[in-house]
Design a protein around this ligand. Structure first.
Ligand code: ATP
Ligand code: MG
Length: 415
């Protein structure tokens, strides 16, 4: 089998070999090419030292020079070129404590985590010293070398095994799985950032239900206790598979019965960004409030309720929660509620298209106008505007300046 490399990758490898160095595409890109997946990026490994690499290319960036990585820029694209290296013990960061350069490709491949990630290729063909091709054929995730040893060097690899297993739909080889079970508690040493990167890739993969492996392998209690406490992991798995590939939805699905407080706390602990934390927690909050299940007979009352929820919780938040609930009740087989959610989504759509007022800024009267009318700025104005918004949410036809001014005068006279 021959791997078709992008032209720029071939050029970089060509330049290095013309100058007497070895150079290969390596790792994920080789794996993905063999599987016929499109590689995210093409990493290059070489016998040349960083200074030697830099001497051969016009535009380079010192990305991780200490670890042997130089980025070569061609047009707007960057290609990471890393000197063959042997890793020392990993510390609680992204990189090993110290690295040692080597002139042996074999040693560089040996330090890599899994056989499927430890192949290299160039125009002469594929270098596969640890049986990566065979493991791809058999759909297996297996450590390079002794699994216990490899997980002791870097505990994150245990979670990476689950992540690759989910991305590819592969089985974790027995010895590799047994080593994870034995060393599971050591995952606590790994930084939260590294953990959430892998968890995120797992949850956004085609097999997010493989999250259950963190439970069966014993990792869950150390990295994702809220998922661990979930009552029905099978339902969570089906839910995750059906939810959109959006990280906020997927985290919400993995903690669907935990309550928004627990979701917020868990995601904060994992050091996720504030937007994801808020979106996930809001989905669960609105799910728990049962915003989709109210059944109100007349369509006017129904629309009023939808406007009120959208106004109170925010349109985007409400939409997310309804999208979540639609999937949730479908997966639960609760057709009645599912229909209600769909109906509610339709109503929300109508309301938004019609442009009904949902926030103070949408009112046909402004705070400035109220001041002109003689009201005091500050709390009074705020209260009046809120009262007017409530009125308009109940009766959209009231959103005109004449009516609202009349209402405001009435209110001001009462105070
Ligand atoms: P992705 O498509 O998600 O980027 P990838 O295989 O490229 O997958 P990366 O995390 O980008 O994964 O790592 C690139 C390569 O570096 C891997 O294929 C593997 O050979 C090696 N590698 C990465 N992290 C580790 C680790 N913790 N231990 C050993 N080798 C690793
Ligand atoms: Mg990569």
């Amino acid at each position: 089998m021959k791997i078709k490399m992008p032209e720029n990758v071939s050029r970089i490898i060509g330049t290095l070999t013309e100058h007497g160095y070895e150079a290969y595409a390596v790792g994920g890109c080789v794996r993905d090419s063999i599987i016929h997946n499109t590689p995210n990026d093409w990493d290059i490994t070489t016998s040349a030292l960083p200074a030697q690499v830099k001497a051969l290319f016009r535009r380079t960036i010192d990305t991780g020079i200490k670890h042997g990585t130089v980025t070569i820029m061609i047009g707007n694209e960057g290609y990471e070129v890393t000197t063959y290296r042997i890793d020392g013990e990993y510390e609680d960061g992204r990189h090993p404590k110290q690295v040692e350069f080597t002139s042996s490709l074999e040693e560089d491949l040996r330090r890599r985590d899994f056989t499927i990630n430890a192949m290299a290729c160039n125009d002469e063909g594929i270098v596969d010293l640890f049986g990566g091709r065979e493991d791809i054929d058999n759909r297996i995730i297996r450590c390079v070398g002794e699994a216990v040893e490899r997980f002791s060097e870097d505990a994150l690899r245990m979670l990476r095994a689950v992540r690759f297993s989910a991305q590819l739909g592969y089985t974790i080889e027995e010895g590799t799985a047994a080593a994870i079970t034995a060393l599971a508690p050591t995952i606590s040493k790994v930084s939260k950032e590294r953990i959430h990167m892998e968890l995120g890739k797992l949850l956004l993969s085609d097999n997010p239900d493989y999250i259950s492996k963190i439970h069966t392998l014993g990792l869950g209690q150390y990295i994702f206790p809220v998922y661990e406490a979930l009552k029905d992991k099978d339902l969570a798995g089906r839910l995750l598979k059906a939810l959109p590939k959006d990280i906020a939805f997927r985290y919400a699905g993995a903690m669907y019965d935990a309550g928004d407080g627990a979701v917020r706390k868990m995601l904060k602990e994992l050091k996720l960004d504030n937007l994801t934390i808020k979106r996930s927690a809001d989905i669960i909050k609105l799910h728990d409030l049962g915003v989709c299940i109210l059944k109100i007979p007349t369509s006017d009352a129904y629309e009023r309720m939808v406007r009120a929820i959208a106004s109170q919780h925010g349109v985007d938040e409400f939409k997310d929660a309804l999208a979540f609930d639609k999937v949730f009740y479908t997966v639960c087989g609760d057709n009645e509620r599912c229909e209600l959610v769909k109906h509610e989504l339709e109503i929300l759509d109508i309301i938004l298209k019609r442009g009904d007022a949902l926030k103070i800024g949408d009112l046909a009267i402004s705070g400035d106008r109220l001041i002109e009318m003689g009201m005091e700025s500050g709390k009074q104005i705020g209260d009046v505007l809120k009262m007017l918004l409530d009125d308009v949410i109940a009766n959209p036809e009231h959103n005109n300046a004449q009516y609202l001014e009349m209402k405001a005068r009435e209110a001001a006279a009462k105070v």
